[in-house]
Design a binder for this molecule. Structure first.
Ligand SMILES: NC(=O)c1ccc[n+]([C@@H]2O[C@H](COP(=O)([O-])OP(=O)(O)OC[C@H]3O[C@@H](n4cnc5c(N)ncnc54)[C@H](O)[C@@H]3O)[C@@H](O)[C@H]2O)c1
Length: 340
């Protein structure tokens, strides 16, 4: 049997079981340690997954049996923890966003580039069958030039969601609202499909959740790409339910669109469904809410493969920071009331 890659997970909250479950199902990895400042949560998680527990992530720094660390902590801790871990030679798989603001993300980017250990950012929706198919169509040029895109995220986050984890809803700890926490996945996909960005315009507002959070619950944007495409984007946490994300990509020779978690091609007046019903984002195949995208497990095992084989993981610091740059620009525009 191959030697297992030793793993630790920091943060035993909502997303923890998705990471712990994926690691425990991988033959090539072994979970050694789970960490949470809430000792009870750490002990419970350790008992469930058969590993050790700790309350301070710095316990990992000296552990030679741990090579990969998953960061599942509140946003404001990502950069600080990732920098310390990378400098100690640990590979880091960090939940999105890479950091709670652009300044911290730039610091982390520099450390990741200056240290031999790898940094991966969890944008699991790039592994969805639909996203992969869209990328394939763009790369093949089968539909001609990409002219425009639309990304719509209308979800529900109620008062109990924010009360459950007090770091949420605060600039200092979450770093923003619907943009940096929920819709960052869709912004990441739009920029991954569209390529280099030349300008961003838009605004953020806080409406129905204003009595609960200080960050935005709603945002809209227009994004111009160097190759000529133009994207419009809308996101809110103030809807009554979690609707499936809507994506549309208009090409010279046809339109791809995602509705109800399926991908369709509209061409010459006919509509064809392109994805297989049992594709990888099916919520029943891995734990996790359907609207998060269920491709965590694919991303996690791919990260471990890259680390083991010494290949650079593709969703790295340079990729992770791109959506954060869009978000940061939207916050800046909103704050300065600049109309562009
Ligand atoms: N990729 C996705 O689709 C997805 C989905 C959900 C959450 N997330 C991300 O996962 C991260 C965690 O989110 P969550 O919803 O699980 O949050 P959560 O509040 O449910 O859990 C966070 C956990 O971190 C612990 N913690 C706080 N400070 C700590 C510290 N200094 N050291 C160790 N543990 C500490 C808390 O006690 C808590 O148990 C966030 O970055 C979030 O954006 C990603």
């Amino acid at each position: 049997m191959r030697e297992q890659t030793g793993a630790a997970i920091v943060g035993c909250g909502t997303i923890f079981p998705v990471h712990a479950g994926a690691v425990s199902r991988m033959e090539a990895a072994g979970l050694k340690l789970v960490v949470d400042t809430d000792g009870r949560k750490a002990e419970q998680a350790a008992a469930e997954y058969g590993c050790e527990a700790a309350t301070d992530y710095r316990a990992i720094l000296e552990r030679e049996d741990i090579q990969v660390v998953h960061l599942c902590t509140p946003h404001h801790l990502h950069a600080e923890m990732a920098v310390a871990l990378l400098q100690a030679g640990k590979h880091v798989l960090c939940e999105k966003p890479m950091a709670h603001n652009l300044q911290a993300a730039e610091r982390l980017l520099k450390t990741a580039q200056d240290t031999p250990a790898q940094l991966g950012i969890v944008f699991q929706n790039r592994y969805n069958a639909i996203s992969q198919k869209i990328r394939e169509v763009i790369d093949s040029g089968a539909l001609g030039k990409l002219l425009g895109m639309k990304g719509i995220v209308t979800w529900h986050r109620g008062r109990d969601y924010y009360a459950g984890s007090p770091w949420r809803g605060r600039w200092e700890t979450e770093g923003g609202g619907v943009l940096i926490n929920q819709a960052i996945h869709t912004l990441d996909l739009l920029q991954w499909f569209g390529g280099e960005i030349t300008s961003v315009q838009g605004n953020v507002t806080t409406g129905i959740l204003a009595d609960t959070i200080e960050v935005e619950d709603t945002a809209h944007a227009g994004i111009a790409f160097k190759d000529g495409a133009w994207a419009i984007f809308y996101a809110t946490n103030a809807y009554v339910t979690n609707s499936p994300v809507e994506l549309e990509l208009v090409f010279e020779a046809g339109t791809l669109y995602q509705r109800d978690d399926h991908l369709y091609l509209k061409q010459n007046g006919a509509e064809t469904r392109l994805d297989e019903p049992a594709s990888s984002y099916n919520a029943n195949t891995v734990p996790g809410k359907a609207y998060w995208g269920g491709s965590h497990e694919l991303l996690i095992s791919d990260f471990y493969d890259h680390v083991r084989e010494g290949r650079k993981f593709w969703i790295d610091e340079a990729e992770g920071i791109k959506s954060l740059r869009i978000i940061s620009e939207l916050y800046r525009l909103s704050k300065t009331q600049e109309l562009r």
